[in-house]
Design a protein. Sequence first.
Length: 123
Amino acid sequence: MSGILDRLKYLRKNMLKLTQSQFAGCLGITQTAYSMIETGKNPLTDKWIMVICFQFGVNEMWLRTGEGDPFVTSPYEKEFSSIYPNLSPVTQQYLLAFARELLKKELLLHGLDPEELNKPQDQ
């Protein structure tokens, strides 16, 4: 990937597995407006970089330069990763089911259909 727009498209399609419509919806803009940014017809301003990074937990340095990890690591991720293996298999299953339900609710709050994430990408 050579530039910021390449990384933006890669982020959307390959990492987040979202269509342009879904991604744009999370940003509060239309698919057309987002498409014009992604294709370079409209500039990717500092404002939109900040919104994208905040909304999706993206590392701004990675988006701008390609350096570093693509996502900001949650301060809770390391703790969760150390606790999870020590739980019983039944508790692990329960926790995973609970996390899936939380993800569905979060997607619905953002106006996304959780079932859409399992469909092939069209853009």
